[in-house]
Design a protein around this ligand. Structure first.
Ligand code: SAM
Length: 228
């Protein structure tokens, strides 16, 4: 049971040249441009294989990508070579950032909440507020998994090969184990269940909300400024 299988199975997260990944970039690029009008230094937090880091580099930003998965970072560095990119990819933990105070104009945190339990996400938000410059922007994109759970429970096709076979939430629905099945294999992954309201309550401790766009029925793009 694990995220390596999950990310290997879904190109939307692991292959920047795939249709699925490109679609994610196409959906977010106009919003990134709307809220990132001035160029500056960006931390792509939990950058995965780096697709958004490369996009922002191409658009003229100076980008550092950080992730704690060697598997994802190896891919990111391979893509960087392929693209002759200068993005610096760092292995590190989003809960304890290896950067000075006030060192970024933007922190991007895309599609990564499911990895974090509440006390860990609180640390991530606190660290993000610390490394952002005053007047900087925290850009957060997430899916409201709490609202999506009932939809998933009715069975759902994911990507080209897999479908959701089982949805097993814990009693309080704080976490959910999802079993993905294809014609040839199946695997389970445990996600933390974040609803929009819980995310916003936590964010409110460290940030002021500056903007929000709804991407689709269950997915949000939010912009916050640090309280400093
Ligand atoms: C769904 S991927 C999203 C990657 C990228 N932001 C994107 O949109 O393509 C979530 C990423 O969070 C990373 N991650 C999970 N826990 C982390 C932690 N404690 N510190 C840094 N990265 C973490 C995972 O390794 C994974 O690459």
């Amino acid at each position: 049971m694990g995220f390596v299988e999950y990310y290997s199975a879904f190109k939307a997260y692991s292959d920047i040249n795939s249709e699925e990944y490109r679609r994610r970039i196409e959906n977010l690029e106009p919003l990134l441009m709307k809220f990132m009008k001035t160029r500056g230094r960006v931390l792509d937090l939990a950058c995965g294989v780096g697709g958004f880091s490369f996009l922002l580099e191409d658009l003229g930003f100076e980008v550092v990508g950080l992730d704690n998965s060697r598997f994802m970072l190896e891919k990111a560095r391979e893509f960087a070579k392929e693209k002759e990119s200068r993005v610096e990819f760092i292995e590190g933990d989003a809960r304890e950032l290896p950067f000075e105070n006030d060192s970024f104009d933007y922190v991007l945190f895309i599609d990564s909440l499911v990895h974090f339990e509440p006390q860990d996400l609180a640390k991530v938000f606190k660290e993000t507020a610390r490394v952002l410059k005053p007047g900087g922007k925290f850009i957060l994109q997430f899916t409201d998994l709490r609202a999506l759970l009932p939809v998933l429970m009715n069975g759902q096709v994911v990507g080209a090969e897999y479908w959701v076979n089982k949805v097993l939430p814990d009693q309080e629905e704080k976490t959910v184990v999802i079993e993905f099945q294809s014609e040839k294999d199946s695997f389970r992954v445990k996600f933390n269940v974040w609803g929009k309201m819980a995310v916003e309550l936590l964010a409110k401790l460290y940030f002021r909300k500056e903007g929000e766009e709804k991407l689709n029925e269950h997915s949000y793009f939010q912009v916050y400024g640090p309280k400093k």
